[in-house]
Design a protein around this ligand. Structure first.
Ligand code: SF4
Ligand code: SF4
Length: 153
């Protein structure tokens, strides 16, 4: 279910723009409000829903899930650290789901700029940033250089 923005609720803070992994949340240059420029490319990750402090983002239900006459409302409740989903079907039935936004306290995750820049050895490593410690394992398997494509050693 791709997302859309209620422009009358949006204040143009840009949090959804920053967090969208598909880079499809943009700020309209005229109205200074966010909008989803390409719903077909939406990952449906709902990071924007979780990030929006104005409850300005909702999603459109697919026809098989919530056909004509439906509504899908998403409510982000930061104080409870939850996202609530209210789905109303056209026959009047309602389904409500509550999911945790996160499992760690707000503000407890460091941003990329809080870490020192990677050195040249880290840039050549097969591990991603903060691996393997972030995965809470001692080591990760690596590919032998003989299996690399030519020029990638
Ligand atoms: Fe971007 Fe995810 Fe929101 Fe889709 S649901 S607009 S991919 S942040
Ligand atoms: Fe608008 Fe919400 Fe996006 Fe901020 S996070 S720009 S309020 S839709």
């Amino acid at each position: 279910m791709p997302t859309f923005v209620y422009m009358t609720s949006c204040d143009g803070c840009g949090y959804c723009v920053d967090i969208c992994p598909s880079d499809i949340m943009h700020i309209d240059p005229t109205y200074r409000r966010a909008f989803n420029v390409e719903p077909n490319m939406c990952w449906e990750c709902y990071s924007c829903v979780k990030a929006c402090p104005q409850q300005a983002i909702d999603c459109r239900g697919y026809a098989d899930f919530a056909p004509l006459g439906h509504s899908v409302r998403v409510l982000r409740e930061e104080e409870k650290a939850t996202v609530s989903w209210r789905i109303k079907f056209r026959d009047g039935r309602e389904k409500n789901f509550v999911s945790p936004i996160r499992t760690t306290p707000w503000g407890s995750i460091k941003g990329p700029s809080d870490y020192p820049p990677p050195d040249s050895a880290a840039m050549r490593s097969q591990a991603l940033a903060h691996e393997p410690e972030a995965l809470k394992v001692a080591t990760l398997p690596t590919l032998p250089s003989t299996r690399f494509k030519k020029g990638l050693v």
